[in-house]
Design a binder for this molecule. Structure first.
Ligand SMILES: Cc1cc2nc3c(=O)[nH]c(=O)nc-3n(C[C@H](O)[C@H](O)[C@H](O)COP(=O)(O)OP(=O)(O)OC[C@H]3O[C@@H](n4cnc5c(N)ncnc54)[C@H](O)[C@@H]3O)c2cc1C
Length: 300
């Protein structure tokens, strides 16, 4: 991807390790491995010692985990800016700080996007990819997609010496832990923040949530006990009832596509989703086998 975009996304393939902390969690691991392998994902079951070798510092209580050697991590801001810079280089106009207020149709086709600053962009193709705010834009056309906005919280520690290569998560949930290139640990895992104003993208970090997140992270990876949390924030994300995104043409309006409801997994999926949307927009082979189960109006 770095070569294609001619910029650094910060991608590192350090693997992913999903661990158990007790025998109850561990009992479900073989079935999870079998299911993923059947879908072609090259995961393997590792015992506690092997897990310790992959992630030195891991809790000695860990009976084992599932390792996926092709998992990795990238820098979100660097990746977004790499895509935007590449798009500009190819002639795209990227505007920031102005939203789409509404969509206009004529004779069953998309006709224009009305801007929040009062302007109007005539078009014959529009893609609604406005995250948790996509539902509002589509509702103006009478299209309803089942999106629920939730704020997810992140914690970032001060930099520490490099030690953790894979992204760590836990079977029981509540943990996504990675060490960034500057040594800081980024801790997430779906812990909720409070949405103060969804339309204005305002949220508030919750003390009990931050505490719970840190407790789980330290239980799985005790070296975090020596780290200070330097930053806390949240992001508003769109969830669907089945946890899968909504992708593809909007029935009833030619030239209108949607990609929303990524339910916590949209960063990793972005390159392939962009490819599918470009193909749909340009009338090329749309790789339908990848997304036909995600269509608008599926029973979620
Ligand atoms: C804390 C947190 C951690 C996460 N961690 C991971 C992870 O480790 N891996 C992973 O794969 N995913 C992760 N995700 C999920 C991932 O970030 C999202 O799934 C992804 O960003 C969704 O992409 P999107 O383009 O649909 O929406 P967004 O990223 O929300 O982007 C929507 C954009 O549309 C803009 N917008 C809104 N309304 C309008 C309008 N009317 N007109 C124009 N623009 C508008 C918004 O300002 C925003 O820039 C995480 C999410 C959060 C919140």
């Amino acid at each position: 991807l770095d070569r294609e975009l001619e910029a650094a996304t910060g991608y590192r393939r350090g693997g992913g390790l999903r661990v158990a902390l007790d025998d109850g969690e561990w009992a479900g691991a073989p079935a999870a491995v079998a299911e993923q392998r059947a879908s072609g994902v090259p995961v393997e079951l590792v015992d506690g010692l092997a897990a310790q070798r992959l992630a030195p510092g891991l809790s000695p209580d860990c009976p084992g985990g599932i390792h996926c050697p092709i998992d990795g991590q990238a820098d979100a801001m660097a990746t977004v800016s790499a895509f935007a810079t590449a798009a500009r280089r190819l002639g795209a106009r990227v505007e920031e700080g102005v939203g789409a207020a509404a969509l206009e149709t004529a004779n069953g086709r998309i006709a224009a996007v009305v801007r929040e600053d009062g302007g109007r962009e005539a078009c014959d193709l529009a893609i609604v990819a406005a995250g948790a705010w996509s539902g509002t834009l589509l509702a103006g056309l009478g299209v309803r997609i089942p999106l629920q906005a939730r704020a997810l919280q992140m914690l970032l520690t001060d930099p520490a010496p490099p030690r953790l290569s894979p992204v760590l998560s836990r079977f029981a949930g509540g943990l996504s832990l990675k060490q960034l290139t500057d040594g800081a640990y980024l801790i997430g895992g779906g812990w909720p923040a409070l949405i103060l104003d969804e339309a204005a993208n305002r949220w508030e970090v919750q003390e009990d949530s931050a505490r719970g997140s840190l407790e789980v992270a330290r239980a799985v990876y005790p070296p975090l006990a020596g780290c200070v949390v330097a930053e806390r924030w949240a992001g508003i994300e769109a969830f669907t009832p089945d946890g899968l995104p909504v992708l593809g043409p909007v029935p009833g309006t030619d030239g209108l596509l949607v990609a929303a409801g990524f339910s916590g997994h949209g960063f990793a999926l972005a390159p392939v989703v962009g490819d599918v949307l470009a193909r749909l927009g340009l009338g090329r082979e749309p790789l339908a086998h990848l997304w036909s189960g995600l269509r608008v109006g599926r029973r979620a």
